[in-house]
Design a protein around this ligand. Structure first.
Ligand code: GCB
Length: 570
């Protein structure tokens, strides 16, 4: 899937801004033809969650309606025109000029529709119905009534149009997709490039790879809709966390000596693999330091805000993190682009959090997970920063989950056999998915939910459990979550739960355990920042306070400890 781009043959318009909006608590919009236009709407910012934009109705999860009027530039007349939604949580239905355009399920991945035959040159009316209500057969699923909203996961179910809506124009005949895979032979970098085109005769593809004072090209006549080409870079500058070297790959489609379509891509040459108990980046062991995170901020909710992305990367650099997991759903495309550019390693997770495997929903949930991993790989396959696919976070694993994950794992390997796959677990040695997953990710909270207040005992249990897991599976382990709720400014000596001292002590001792095990290849603290969640008796002010930074990105005491530990070179 090619992200819209501007060049001589391609163009896009970002529809971000103030749209018209209306809640539909009686679900009467379709019956009353709101599809043809809303009356009595109010202004709303897009992209952003709707929940915190108004004084009331924060917990209303849908349905709700959005509307925007727009005009397209006249030069687009001969082009294929597509509307693209970066992410809408959770169900969405789209109409253009009163006509049905499409329906999408899933809250965190892009979808798009061709609208060339529906669009007018002036005065277009775009209407979107969004439904974020929770349900057992959604992914992620609804939970028990102990939370309000009733989530089966620990983050607020923000709703709305969360990422930019782009309108873009591309040539009717031209490029449709590019897949780049890189490998390394001694000092040579090899790029295998797959180019998908549509409707082209008598045309050829020009590849040009530029960077570090070199330019390598390759040309091929287009014979079918898929072209496979190779580029070899001698004395290549490889991509890694310290020097995230990126080359510029340009793909031109040339017909009768004219470039009729073109696309440019940043490419990092690197390999990632599991060997024995190690994770290897460019054939050298790599150790992950960093966080599980959330896309979460006051007022904008889960909405895309470029300045927060910059701030978060800056804080991650400051603290010495080299990686993060996109807990518990895919993050924005811009986040992934910057991970490439700034040299972060990403465990990329689909929104499969809190799966229950209940008989009446298991088949639907597998279909959705299949859809999500396919959409995610299509979107993110070319990012050097993506080093692993995570198929789920803390599934409520049962006898049936082994088969469920086996199918999902096999499908993922068919789509991409170049990256390791994990399932993030909370159940110890019983997790069936660990038998075939490449890396074992475990979330552990001994000394918090269990053994409260007793960090020493917690660490003994953690240490024994890790050894047992390793003995059984002989695979690298990442401690993908560990942490304690911590009220900023709350202090105690001796360290007591909820104090900054307790969080600091807990993190220090857990890291010591990780570092004592040769098979542990990463430590991800939960969480980078405090974040909003559903109301419940364990979540004061409906907040999860396990952040090392506050929700507005101020460091707690533990941040300074981590900065020291993660910047020490051993
Ligand atoms: C977990 C979950 C995460 C929660 C965290 C907690 O294991 O994966 O979503 O927020 O625990 O704080 O309880």
């Amino acid at each position: 899937m090619l992200y819209p781009q501007r060049n001589k043959n391609r163009h896009f318009i970002d529809l971000s801004g103030f749209w018209e909006f209306r809640f539909d608590p009686d679900d009467k919009g379709v019956g009353e033809n709101w599809t043809k236009g809303l009356n009595n709407g109010c202004p709303i910012a897009v992209p952003a969650s709707w929940n915190d934009q108004f004084a009331d109705d924060r917990d209303f999860l849908g349905p709700a309606w959005y509307q925007l009027k727009f005009t397209i530039p006249w030069e687009w007349d001969s082009k294929k025109i597509i509307i693209r939604f970066g992410s809408v949580n959770y169900l969405s239905d789209v109409w253009l000029n009163g006509e049905v355009v499409g329906h999408h399920e899933g809250g965190h991945l892009p979808f798009e529709y061709e609208i060339s035959d529906k669009i007018e040159s002036e005065d277009n009316l775009l209407v979107v119905r969004v439904d974020g209500r929770l349900s057992d057969d959604h992914v992620p699923p609804r939970g028990r009534p102990m939370n309000n909203p009733q989530t089966n996961f620990d983050f607020y179910p923000f709703c709305g149009i969360h990422r930019p809506v782009l309108l873009y124009a591309i040539p009717k005949e031209g490029l449709r997709d590019i897949t780049v895979r890189t490998s390394i032979k001694d000092t040579t970098g090899i790029l295998d490039v797959k180019i998908e085109t549509i409707g082209l005769n008598d045309a050829y593809v020009n590849l040009a790879l530029k960077g570090f004072s070199s330019e390598i090209t390759n040309t091929s006549i287009i014979q079918q809709n898929i072209q496979k080409m190779t580029l070899e870079v001698k004395q290549a500058k490889f991509w890694n966390t310290e020097t995230p070297n990126l080359y510029d790959l340009t793909v031109d489609i040339v017909k009768k000596d004219a470039i009729i379509d073109s696309y440019s891509l940043k490419v990092g040459i690197r390999t990632i693999e599991v060997k024995g108990d190690k994770l290897l980046l460019n054939r050298k062991p790599v150790y992950l330091t960093g966080f599980g995170r959330h896309e979460d901020f006051p007022i904008t909710g889960r909405g895309y805000v470029p300045a927060i992305i910059i701030k978060d990367y800056s804080l991650m650099k400051w603290i010495g993190a080299n990686s993060f997991r996109t807990s518990h759903y895919p993050y924005s495309e811009q986040m992934m682009d910057l991970a490439d550019r700034l040299g972060f390693l990403v465990i990329n997770e689909i929104p499969a959090v809190g799966l229950t495997f209940k008989k009446d929903v298991i088949d639907r949930q597998l279909e959705l997970c299949d859809q999500f991993i396919e959409e995610l790989i299509k979107r993110d396959k070319n990012h050097p920063s993506v080093i692993m696919w995570s198929l789920a976070n803390e599934p409520h694993s049962s006898l049936k989950s082994g088969e469920f994950f086996r199918k999902l794992y096999d499908k993922t390997k068919v789509l991409d056999n170049t990256r390791p796959i994990t399932v993030v677990n909370m159940m110890g040695v019983k997790e069936k998915a660990f038998e075939f997953c490449d890396v074992l990710c475990i979330n552990r909270y001994y000394g918090w939910y269990m053994q409260p207040g007793n960090i020493e005992e917690a660490c003994e249990i953690l240490s024994k459990e890790m050894d047992k897991l390793y003995e059984k599976h002989r695979k690298p382990i990442i401690l993908s979550e560990f942490g304690t709720d911590t009220i900023p400014g709350w202090h105690s000596q001796p360290p007591e739960m909820f104090s900054e001292e307790y969080q600091t002590e807990f993190i220090k001792k857990y890291i010591k355990v990780c570092r004592s095990k040769p098979y542990v290849v990463g430590e991800h603290v939960w969480n980078m920042c405090d974040f909003k969640t559903s109301q419940g008796i364990t979540r004061m002010g409906s907040m999860n306070y396990k952040g090392v930074f506050t929700r507005d990105r101020r460091p707690k005491m533990a941040a300074h400890l981590l900065r020291k530990l993660w910047n020490e070179k051993d």
